[in-house]
Design a protein around this ligand. Sequence first.
Ligand code: 5GP
Ligand code: ZN
Length: 118
Amino acid sequence: MCIFCKIVKKEIPSNIILEDDAFLAFHDINPKAPIHVLVIPKKHFDSFNEVDSETMKKMSIFMQETAKELHIDKSGYRVITNVGNDGGQEVKHLHFHILGGAKLAWQHLSDANPKEMI
Ligand code: 5GP
Ligand code: ZN
């Protein structure tokens, strides 16, 4: 069983923000911003590549509710999902990072030439 499935089953403790029957929002253990929360479906999907549109529809609403719960819906935030090797995905259970609580940087994402494909 993957680490986030264990968090869903409460076999591994987490600091939960919001939970319903299908989704869970909890603080990232290694935050990269003043607010860094992970949103996951309780059902295991390896990544964004595998998830169905009905789950995404419901998860989008759950993420909006999470942002409200964190009081960052007005100040702004960033939603990221890393997919696979190039995406830098470490945990192979679909998750969205919700980052906020400060003005976020948007700079160096790779050492490759970003204009190579233009
Ligand atoms: P990824 O790199 O796969 O997009 O992000 C995985 C995230 O999960 C990382 O930001 C990492 O800090 C977080 N993480 C890994 N293990 C745990 C854990 O056991 N508990 C919590 N709360 N976060 C975790
Ligand atoms: Zn899982």
